[in-house]
Design a protein around this ligand. Structure first.
Ligand SMILES: *[C@@H]1O[C@H](CO)[C@@H](O)[C@H](O)[C@H]1NC(C)=O
Length: 235
């Protein structure tokens, strides 16, 4: 190596958190999915914002240290990338668009407060398929929503496919847009916004996942900075 290259290489080793973080995506679902990625504004971009993942396939991507954002699965996409769930626009790459809810979210904020990674599975915008986050670091715990929430979905929250089966389940906030379900207005604080008859259905099915916006106590997990992660769809 040339002296300058060597110098940059060793200097990069001295900056804590300058290493990239490896995310491995697994599709255990019975069909192809198209994961979408949205980087939180102000965070360094993920190297891709959408890709195809066949049944049984694995794919890894290296994210910049300090990345933050969300992953979700698009299902039933046609050649123009109109998808039955999780749609983000008419292309494989989501390019800064989020997934159209209802969709299950895997959310991560690397190197957040106190030098920790924060991660969660969220049903705040509803559910389309099961998702888990597994840190590759023994001291950190996995979080998963592995239940088929679609089969438990209340009829007034259900999104049906062309064959009449439930393909996604709205959250009560998404379906009714009322302050007590969305933790908005006079319900905009953790002590005011309580579980509801709808959010408890999600919580019973997926105890580790956010069932409403202020469900932090049982749904938000941390890991020391530097861990790599496995994101599994249909764990
Ligand atoms: C939840 O409570 C509301 C208001 O009392 C009621 O209209 C609705 O049918 C209930 N839904 C479920 C799924 O229990």
């Amino acid at each position: 190596m040339e002296p300058m290259v060597l110098y940059i290489f060793f200097f990069s080793l001295m900056i804590p958190g300058s290493f990239s973080i490896t995310f491995t995506f697994k599709n255990n679902c019975p069909s192809t999915i198209w994961p979408g990625i949205l980087t939180t504004p102000g965070k360094p971009l993920f190297p891709t914002s959408g890709f195809e993942l066949a049944t049984g396939a694995l794919q890894s991507s290296d994210a910049p240290a300090g990345w933050g954002g969300r992953f979700w699965a698009r299902t039933g996409c046609d050649g123009q990338f109109t998808c039955t769930t999780g749609n983000c626009g008419p292309a494989l790459q989501c390019n800064g668009a989020g997934g159209s809810p209802p969709v299950t979210l895997a959310e991560l904020n690397l190197n957040g407060d106190g030098g920790k990674d924060f991660y969660d599975v969220s049903l705040v915008d509803g559910f389309n398929l099961p998702v888990s986050i597994t840190p590759k670091e023994v001291s950190c715990i996995s979080t998963t929503c592995s239940a088929d929430v679609n089969s438990l979905c209340s009829p007034d929250l259900s999104v049906k496919g062309s064959d009449g089966r439930t393909i996604a389940c709205k959250s009560a906030c998404l379906a009714f847009n009322q302050p007590q379900y969305c933790c908005s207005g006079e319900f905009a604080s953790p002590d005011k916004c309580q579980p509801t008859n709808y959010s408890t259905i999600f919580k019973n099915a997926c105890p580790q996942a956010y069932s409403y916006a202020f469900d932090d106590k049982t749904s938000l997990f941390t890991c020391p900075v530097g861990a790599n992660y496995i994101i599994t769809f249909c764990p």
